[in-house]
Design a protein around this ligand. Structure first.
Ligand code: ZN
Length: 177
């Protein structure tokens, strides 16, 4: 006699903690594991205007950090929520991983031998500039999503960041068929 939402594909309810401390019941649409922890894709209840000038119930989709910004709802089942775990490290990462410093280096354009477009490197890349701006993972992902920013293929920045971004999200990725 469990009170479950049996609609196919229905996202289970979850409490979302807003920045001001309010808690609202949203829906959990997905989870993604990153080296910095888990991010949950939630839909927060909202309204939207209809073409006819009315309003209707809607959802505002947003990625939030777990567990800081979410709380489970008693009785809700989260087993079926799409969940993207970190892949096990590749052979290259297993070799480079232990000695690689954390973070990413943003190589700006211009300068004496600067590139024509900004490039993101791993910190141990031979091509990374000494005075480059050091980014955390979130800043690097944000920068990587901007059009015109290149990910260095030499040091594995492209491989690692593209994997976290998911395929096909970058403007300059291979053109869709
Ligand atoms: Zn590089």
């Amino acid at each position: 006699m469990a009170e479950q939402d049996n609609r196919a594909g229905a996202a289970p309810p979850i409490l979302v903690v807003l920045p001001d401390g309010q808690e609202v019941t949203g829906r959990l649409h997905g989870r993604r594991q990153t080296p910095q922890g888990w991010w949950y894709r939630v839909g927060v209840p909202a309204w939207r205007n209809t073409p006819s000038g009315g309003v209707e119930a809607s959802e505002y989709p947003v990625w939030v950090k777990a567990p800081d910004m979410v709380k489970p709802v008693d009785g809700a089942a989260y087993d079926a929520v799409p969940t993207q775990r970190m892949e096990p490290p590749t052979a290259v990462e297993q070799i480079l991983g232990p000695r690689r410093p954390s973070g990413w280096i943003l190589q700006k354009t211009g300068g004496r031998r600067g590139p024509a477009q900004p490039v993101i490197h791993a910190p141990d890349c031979d091509e990374a500039p000494d005075g480059g701006q050091v980014l955390g993972l979130e800043a690097a992902l944000t920068a990587a999503e901007r059009a015109g920013v290149r990910l260095c293929a030499l040091c594995g920045a492209a491989q690692e960041l593209d994997r976290l971004l998911g395929t096909g999200q970058r403007d300059d990725s291979a053109s869709a068929p």
